[in-house]
Design a protein around this ligand. Structure first.
Ligand SMILES: Cc1ncc(C[n+]2csc(CCOP(=O)(O)OP(=O)(O)O)c2C)c(N)n1
Length: 333
């Protein structure tokens, strides 16, 4: 093969190659998971709605690949990507979406409430900004217990309007907690451009507390991973919290039912992001250029991921619902 392949044959490069192929696989898995969710919705097999993560995959993958399994994340209403990137199983996720007993919350939570303690996922959250206290509390516990776990708090730029974010950032900085606030700026809070809801700058809010702050191209998985690795190492060493703004874009509507979107954003804008800034295509082009893969390898990854997701959907459709006698079990409210 090419010179680039012989570079990949060196032991050090082999590790790099595996690392970046894995990142590719994880992004493709998220994209194909979300395609199946949309399909379940349009076939009226899924109760309720879901908020798709397609277009934003490099953020979840770049960050979660910098974490240990026992590190924590908290997630949002748009949480499938975070959940998968941290290691959740698609069959149990689909089961949760369909209200089945095999789901992560025994079918009682649905799309916006998946939690998976085994992979450090403390939960998605339907309340905008609702997980900032949970992530900060987990970081506080980690610090008190001295177990060097790091906590990552994912939220959309819509959560910048929530006062609780500023309460927890203040305490996190005062107490030097190992928490990283990850703002996924996909430009829109529901149907409103963020510039209409956000005064000043995004980073300025964290800078005001003296928190280490950075922004990154959220469509570039390697860039996200590089900065996330630095911030995670920093947090783990006890130096304190960080804030990372990831600039990204959601391809679909706010939720699966948001079909006609031209009153708040143009088709041309969507098309531009999809053709010029797609995180999977950008990473694929890089893998090819490095000689880490050829198109057959990338096709195989996609085929395997597609088969995995189709099998997971079949599992969930065939799974049973919880019995009526279980309706008040495992419910805390
Ligand atoms: C406290 C609260 N207010 C309003 C809503 C309704 N709501 C759901 S998602 C959303 C916008 C969220 O935008 P953003 O945080 O940027 O996340 P994105 O959907 O863009 O990923 C709103 C206003 C809510 N769920 N919770």
């Amino acid at each position: 093969m090419t010179t680039a392949t012989s570079k990949a044959d060196a032991p050090e490069a082999a590790t790099e190659k595996e690392k970046w192929l894995r990142a590719y696989r994880q992004m493709v898995r998220i994209r194909l998971f979300e395609e199946q969710v949309n399909e379940l919705y349009t076939r009226a097999l899924m109760p309720g709605l879901a908020h798709l993560y397609s277009g934003e995959e490099a953020v979840a993958v770049g960050i979660c690949e910098a974490l240990r399994l026992d590190d924590y994340i908290t997630s949002t209403h748009r949480g499938h990507g975070h959940c998968l990137a941290k290691g959740a199983a698609p069959d149990r996720m689909f089961s949760e979406l369909l209200g089945k007993k095999a789901g992560y919350c025994k079918g009682k939570g649905g799309s916006m409430h998946i939690a998976d303690p085994a992979t450090g996922n403390l939960g998605a959250n339907a309340i905008v900004g609702g997980s900032v206290g949970i992530a900060t509390g987990a970081a506080f516990a980690a610090k008190r217990l001295g177990n060097d776990r790091v906590s990552v708090c994912f939220f959309g730029e819509g959560a910048l309007g929530q006062g609780s974010l500023y309460e927890v950032m203040n305490l996190a900085q005062l107490w030097k907690l190992p928490v990283i606030y990850v703002c996924e700026n996909n430009l829109y809070n529901e149907y409103t451009h963020y510039s209409e809801t956000t005064a000043g700058t995004i980073l300025g809010r964290a800078v005001a507390f003296g928190i280490e702050s950075a922004s990154v191209d959220g469509q570039d998985v390697r860039a996200v991973h590089a900065i996330a690795s630095r911030l995670v190492t920093r947090a783990r060493s006890g130096v304190g919290p960080a804030f990372l703004q990831c600039d990204t874009y959601r391809y679909s509507g706010h939720h699966v039912g948001d079909i006609n979107r031209e009153y708040y954003r143009s088709k041309q804008e969507e098309q531009r992001w999809k053709t010029e800034r797609d995180p999977i295509q950008l990473h694929a082009a890089w893998l090819l250029a490095q000689g880490y893969a050829d198109s057959a390898v990338l096709d195989q990854i996609a085929n395997e991921a597609r088969a995995e997701m189709e099998a997971a959907v079949r599992f969930a459709i065939a799974a049973s619902y919880p019995g009526p006698n279980e309706v008040d079990q495992d419910v805390y409210a």
